[in-house]
Design a protein around this ligand. Sequence first.
Ligand code: F6P
Length: 367
Amino acid sequence: MTAKKVKRIGILTGGGDCPGLNAVIRGVTKPALDNGLTVLGILDGFEGLVEGKAIELYNKDVSGILATGGTILGSSNKGDPFHWPEEVDGKIKIIDRSKDALKNYEAWNLDAVIAIGGDGTMHISKKLIDMGMNIVGVPKTIDNDLEATDLTFGHDSAVYVVTEALDRLHTTASSHHRVMVIEVMGRYAGWIALNGGLAGGADVILIPEIPFEWERVYDKVLMRNMMGKKFSIVCVAEGARPKGEDIITKGKDLKRTDPIQLGGIGEYVAKKISENTGLETRYTVLGHLQRGGSPTPFDRILSTKFGTFAIQLAIKKQFGKMVALKGNEIKSVWIEDAISRQKLVKPNDQAVLAASAVGVSFGTEKL
Ligand code: F6P
């Protein structure tokens, strides 16, 4: 660590966007400027660091963005400097451009970078730290799958969207006596389906951590029908899978560090229920609606706390750290510890137990 004072910081948003990114950018930039620092907004995540795309950020740029979705800096999940996709003769070739990232960091005279992102962003950050860059991480993702923090911002907003969608599906499901299947995001973690399903009163919640049995799902919707509840709501995570079957994917994008694109389980579940129960069934894929729009009040508050804490860490030269929510407090953890474990739903999580206690089926229980 050098004796030099931190005077200039860069800030970037990496990976898939989510509500609350702008609130973090504001939370970092305002106090940084007030403390006499200059702030460089790096565009399109690590892509901007590699390609030298950045803009100076002033108060006017971050004023009025607390409630806006997306990110004023742009983001990308294809800009990994260590896994840079280049098209040669119509084919994708992966090359290492981390030296370009370091070159720009030095050319811009940065003392540190605040990297706002999920698992992928933190992995890249760790490798750039090893090359000599000073980085402070801020965890975002609607998936909420980072073990080191109790919550990531963006998750609450996604759960809100799922809840509203389920409320709307309830009324039309009830009118038409249908089974409604909704597919939600979350990658290999079931947090969005679990929390959204619980808040939206789903009758069946299917998550990756609890592989389900078809017969149990059929039994649940048929039983509801027999008991006079002529509709059912099934909330399925994109990474959920039946016992003994593989996860369903809709494609591969080789430009991304994780090329797998999940999706399709909602349609599959709806088809199976319809064929095997005779009940009229429809499905909805909520998709990127879960990532767009304004952050909830909870996410605005969390993002502002994360941003303002992160800039303090940078000023104090606590590099290599990531901000994290622990209980009700914002703390810091080492980025390398933060990326070592994925946070998955445990079968005895209180939300799972609470859902079971009010009659929700996870597609495993005998009725
Ligand atoms: O990680 C956030 C997330 O929205 C996942 O829930 C989803 O699987 C993925 O990103 C979708 O990525 P893309 O925007 O590249 O389709």
